[in-house]
Structures are given as C-alpha cells and as structure tokens.
Design a protein around this ligand. Structure first.
Ligand code: ATP
Ligand code: MG
Length: 688
C-alpha cells in the first residue's frame, strides 16, 4: 500500500476520519493520492460501493477506475468513480420523483437547449443569440439561481428579459420531462437540501467522498458536496489553485478558500515533489505562473534531472508549424532506442479549430492520431440522428428529439403540420408526442397529415416496447439492423449526400455506432483480440436512456497508439513524454483580452482576472510534459479568410528560457537527416 508514495502522500491517504485537502502543484501526485486512498479505504473495510470518487471528465473517471483496479483488482468496479454530472444523473434517477420528475427523464445537450431557447422566443431568434442566452442562464444556474431569483435580482432591462426567457425555458423543460447539464448539479442539490430523507439516505450510503481537480468546482458543486458528506465530512479534495481554468464556466477559487472556514477541522496537506517533469520544464512552468497572486505559497521541485532544454519554434504560418511538429515527432522516433510510441506525443492548442493543419500534416505522414476533447465521433450528424430516436424511446416527451427523429429520414410530414402540432402542444402544456393521440388534433390538420403523424407515433411506441424487451448484445445488434433497414436510413444518407463516398463514410459511422451500442447491452461480448467475456445484460432501452451523456465518453478510443491532439482545457490532469504547445501567439494565448464581445469584459479588473486565468492555462499546458517540451508560434495566422500578422505570446518571454538553447537543437538536423534516410531506405526495398 505504501509503495510509491512519499510521506506527505501517505499522510493524506491514511487520514480518513475527517475532511482533508491536498493542495499542491502540477504533477505532485494528487491524483495518485486519490487512487491509493480508494484502495486504502477498502483495505480498512469500507465497502467499495460506499466510496465515491469524483473526477472532472469521463475519461479521467475511466482512467481512475483502471488505476484503482491495478491496486485492488475487482473490488474497484463497485466504487462509484464518475463525474459530478454522472453522479447527478444517478441521484436524480433514483430520487427525482420527489421533485416530480419521472425516472426516465431526458438529458438535453447544448444543441437541444439552444433549440428550446429559440422556441421560447417564438422562433424569431438566431442561433448566436440563443447561445448567448444559454451562457447567461447557465451562469445563473451555476450560482444556484432559478428564474424567480434571477428575476428578483435583475439589475437592468437586459437581465430582466433574460430572466423571463429563463422562466419560459424552465416551464418547457418541466413539460418535456427534461433536464439540462446544469440541472444535473442543481437538482441533486435541491434534493439534498430540501428533502431530509433523501439527504440521510445519501449521507448514510457514502462513507467517503473524494474529489479530484477540486479547483474547478463551481458554487453549486460546493453546496452539493457539503450536503453529500454532511456533518461527518469524510471528504478528500485534491487540487491546485494554479490550474483553475474553468472560471469562464463558473468555477470559483472561493471553494478553496471556503473549505477551512466551513470545516474548521480541515487537515491541509501540501505536496512539493513533482514526479512528472524534468527540472528544465518545471522551471519554465514556475516562471510563467510566478506573476499570479498566490492563494497559498507553494514550492515544487523535481529530481528527474535537468533534462532537455525547453525549445521555442518560430514558424511562418500554421502549415509550416504543422510540418515542423510532424518532423520533430519523426525525428524523435528515429533518434531514440527504443523509439517512443505515437501515444507518447501530444500537440496542445487553445481552440479546437487549430487542430486542422496538424491533422492534415499527420495524415500526410501516415501517423495515427486522435483529436481528443474536440469534435468527437458522437457529435457527427448521423450519430445525433440516431440518438434522437433512442432518446425518444427513452422519453417520448422529449420534444427536441421528436423534431429531429420525425425528420430523419423525412417521412412526408411537413413544417406546417409540425408547426400546428407544436402550437397545440404549447397551448395544452403537452409534449408533441403527448399531443399526437389527442382527439382534438384532428380538427387542426388534414387527414393525410394526421395519419403520417399517428403512424410515426405508433412506430415509436412499438420501438420502445421492443427495445425494453431486447436484452444483450446479440439481440440488440439484430434489432438495430432491422430498425435501420425499416426506416431506410442508409438510402436516406445516399439521397442527402452529393458524394457517394461521403455517404458511405457516414453509413460506416452508423454501423460502428450501432455495434458499440449493442456491446453495451452486455452478455457475451467479444473484444478486438477475440476474447469473449460475460458482462451484465441490459435492455436496449436502458442503454438508450443514457444517450445524452454519450458525447463526452471516449472509452472506445482508449489504449490506442496514436498521437494526441487536444485543447489545453481537455489536457488537464494528463501527461505525455513529449509535448508541443502550438499557436502560442498574443491573441490566442493569452486569448484576446480587450475584445468587445461582452458588456463587462472591458472593465480593467476583469481583464486582469482573465489574464490570470490565461496564465494558468499556459501553466497547465507546460506541466503536461514529462521529458521534452516545444513551444511554437506563427508569424501569420488565418483569421476567417484573412491572414493576420502575429506576435509571440508574452508567456514565451516569461518562461525565461536560455537564449542559447531555446531556438535550435543542433541534433535536430542530424535526426531529421537520419529519419529521411531511414524512410528512403525503406521505400527502396522492393516489395515482395
Ligand atoms: P496534475 O496537477 O497535473 O493533475 P497530479 O498532482 O494529479 O498532477 P499525478 O498525475 O497523480 O499528479 O502524478 C504525476 C506523475 O507522477 C504520475 O505519473 C504519477 O504516477 C507519478 N507519481 C506520483 N507520486 C509518485 C511517487 N510518490 N513516486 C513515484 N511516482 C509518483
Ligand atoms: Mg491530477
């Protein structure tokens, strides 16, 4: 148990009687404390199902489950390792009925929410405005406000009208039996706060709650935690104030400051040794974060040696930057023995759209890569089409899903018909599906239109019934294949795409997705290596119920040997031997600080706070690297259709690198030549 832990870590692991905060810099083994503490608690006799470990992403949860399994074996699978949102889903499914929610409520994703908001404004709004409202409403929800509170607190006309929209939005969600992502935190909080029996149940169940990346929790999550752990406060939180990068989404460092006040018995443990990065990398990180105000004093040292100097690359444009990044990966591969794997490399950037030139260059060089934290497989239109159907089986009151499913493929039900149905539903406070079988609907539309709708309604009912009784992977696969043939989805793809090649690619996504869905229904499941395992059997309906959360799950991609392309935000908590931070220019990182996007953003205070968050983002990026780090920037950058001139980010100078070593690695040229030679030699071998 004590293997691979230093004294301070061991102290944090062994202290289980009360609240404990581990506050420490990047790579100091905070996450490791959590996994070892799970093992320790189980060894001490706490049942695995009474432990909850909360992580920031599904991916982090999957990784933690795996690491815990490495320590304690099978018992790890009963530990509740999940995100705040997944915990919320479970709580609301179990106890949401006391708030009037049916257990099969739907979870809306960001697009659904924007659609409903547009609807709330009578459909006259554009998407951009709807998105802005979404942000505003979400910010209110994250600080624990409902529409009534927002209305009472509104300071000007703008806020008042947004609060009114929020009120309509809340009514719709109730009518549709749906919740949005913020509700997955807000509703559990209301459950625990307002219902003693529910609160006691959860407090009794959870013998210990552990939270990773604590610095990125928001005010509602703080409250939720407080109610979850109750008076006994068996809580372990680990975090780093210098890595708080979700302020823009409502995360607040107040949560760190409040802990010692709300829990006077709090034990604070600091870790000082970094086990991840070389001294050269750590020094650059410490210089960058230096100017930020300190919440707690911290020192961080590494015993991994000085290592390679951190390098800076000045590039002409993004294509040039991408070519050089690929050349570096190739030369590191050719120059080391044994060569690093593809998955030892990460290219990190500020915004998703920056990935493209790197994707292209990697493809050209035949290097496998994966874009993580960006447009995932699950965001593709065809996958979302299918998900709309699944959501509708799971909850027929899900109007956004109804609208999408009814139109894919189009079944001759026109906009006018849907418009009339929508009006009728709104007037009668019903969902669209709920209105279908209402006798009064017949008066509002021609017979043929009504027949089309009824046919669709019957189809959904039938599918729901059958999905409920379809158990296990094999049946699920057969069901899905039949259903796709039945609705003619393949044909629909070919009809709606100009290019057959594109249609074929989309169809293959559909098949891949169905296969993945089917596997989740359990039973005898065969993996890629051909080994069969027996897993818990679920109904296809059950699998469909959690569909809205899918977009963030990337389980199916784990363990593949690929270069990682990721946003800085999505890289939090992870580490790679070789990292390149790209596009590090003023305006990208730090992001433009003085734009006029928002009304308040011009206020000087706000600019200073945003610069601090940008600095933390750079710090997160640098500290992902274990052995080598390159920071690159481009003299020109594409902005829309134009090319704009760029300057290197102020953070590059602030890393205080040694001018003699930062530009060029003299061995780079040699490695490149060697790599080229190896490629040519390989190409020259006649194929058998
Ligand atoms: P971050 O702030 O980025 O989330 P962290 O503090 O959570 O980092 P970990 O990811 O837990 O740090 O650990 C960083 C690396 O150091 C991991 O590879 C981990 O296995 C290793 N490590 C942590 N503690 C020790 C230790 N006591 N001995 C050896 N290796 C360790
Ligand atoms: Mg961590």
């Amino acid at each position: 148990m004590s293997a691979g832990l230093n004294l301070a870590q061991l102290q944090a692991v062994r202290y289980t009687e009360g609240p404990c905060l581990v506050l420490a810099g990047a790579g100091s083994g905070k996450t490791r404390v959590i996994t070892h503490k799970i093992a320790h608690l189980i060894e001490k006799g706490l049942q695995p199902r009474r432990i909850a470990a909360i992580t920031f992403t599904n991916k982090a949860a999957a990784e933690m489950r795996e690491r815990a399994a490495g320590l304690i074996g099978r018992a790890a699978k009963d530990v509740l390792v999940c995100t705040f949102h997944a915990l919320g889903v479970r709580m609301v499914r179990e106890d949401g009925h006391v708030l009037g929610l049916k257990p099969n409520f739907s979870i809306l994703d960001a697009d659904d929410v924007a659609g409903i908001l547009k609807e709330c404004a009578g459909g006259t709004t554009d998407l951009a405005t709807a998105r802005q409202w979404q942000w505003g409403i979400s910010a209110w929800k994250n600080q624990g406000w409902d529409a009534r509170r927002a209305l009472a607190m509104a300071g000007d006309d703008h806020e008042r009208s947004l609060a009114l929209i929020m009120q309509r939005y809340e009514e719709r969600l109730a009518a549709y039996q749906s919740v949005d992502f913020d509700d997955l935190i807000g509703l559990p909080m209301r459950l625990l706060k307002g219902h003693a029996e529910v609160r006691e149940k959860w407090q009794r169940l959870l013998g210990h709650v552990l939270v990773d990346e604590y610095q990125d929790t928001n005010a509602t999550q703080y409250e939720l935690l407080k109610f979850l752990v109750g008076e006994r406060a068996r809580l372990t939180a680990v975090g780093d104030d210098d890595q708080s990068i979700y302020g823009w989404r409502g995360a607040t460092l107040d949560n760190l400051k409040k802990l010692p006040i709300d829990y006077p018995q709090l034990k604070v443990i600091k870790l000082e040794q970094n086990y991840r990065s070389t001294s050269a990398i750590l020094r650059a990180a410490n210089h960058v974060i230096g100017p930020n105000p300190k919440l707690y004093p911290k020192t961080l040292f590494s015993e991994l040696g000085e290592g390679e100097p951190v390098r800076v690359q000045d590039c002409d444009n993004e294509e040039h930057e991408a070519e050089r990044a690929v050349a570096r990966i190739q030369s590191l591969q050719a120059g080391a023995n044994p060569p690093p794997a593809w998955k030892d490399f990460a290219i990190l950037y500020r915004a998703n759209h920056q990935a493209k030139p790197f994707e292209k260059a990697l493809r050209k060089a035949n290097i496998p890569y994966k874009v993580s934290g960006g447009t995932s497989f699950f965001d593709r239109a065809e996958i979302r089409d299918l998900c709309a159907w699944f959501r509708l089986w799971a909850n027929s009151d899900d109007d956004p899903a109804f609208l999408r499913a009814v139109a894919t493929p189009r079944r001759g039900i026109g906009h006018t018909t849907l418009g009339r149905l929508g009006e009728f539903a709104a007037q009668n406070k019903l969902s669209m599906f709920g209105s279908l079988f209402n006798a009064m609907l017949a008066a509002l539309m021609p017979r043929k239109a009504l027949d089309g709708l009824l046919e669709f309604g019957r189809q959904i009912n039938d599918l729901e019934y059958r999905a409920r009784h379809t158990l296990g992977a094999e049946d699920a696969r057969r069901f899905l294949t039949d259903w796709l043939a039945d609705i003619g989805y393949e044909q629909y793809l070919y009809d709606s795409e100009d290019s057959d090649k594109v249609a074929a690619a989309r169809w293959s996504n559909v098949l891949e997705f169905c296969d993945w869905m089917a596997q989740r229904a359990g039973g005898q499941v065969e993996d890629a290596a051909g080994t069969t395992t027996q897993t818990e059997v679920k109904s296809l309906l059950e699998v469909a119920q959690n569909i809205a959360l899918l977009s963030t799950i990337s389980e199916r991609e784990k363990d593949q040997d690929m270069v990682i392309l990721s946003t800085l935000h999505a890289s939090k908590g992870l580490e790679w031997p070789h990292v390149q931070l790209v596009g590090v220019t003023e305006g990208m990182l730090p992001f433009k600080l003085d734009d006029d996007e928002g009304r308040q953003q011009k206020v000087a205070d706000d600019v200073a706070a945003r610069l601090q968050e940008e600095r933390r983002l750079m710090y997160v990026g640098i500290t992902r690297a274990q052995r080598t780090l390159v920071v690159s920037w481009t003299k020109k950058r594409k902005k829309g259709r134009e090319m704009v001139a760029c300057r290197p980010s102020r953070f590059i100078a602030e890393m205080k690198l040694d001018a003699a070593t930062m530009r060029e690695d003299p061995r780079e040229k040699l490695r490149q030549l060697r790599a080229e030679f190896a490629r040519k030699a390989q190409a020259g071998v006649p194929s058998a």
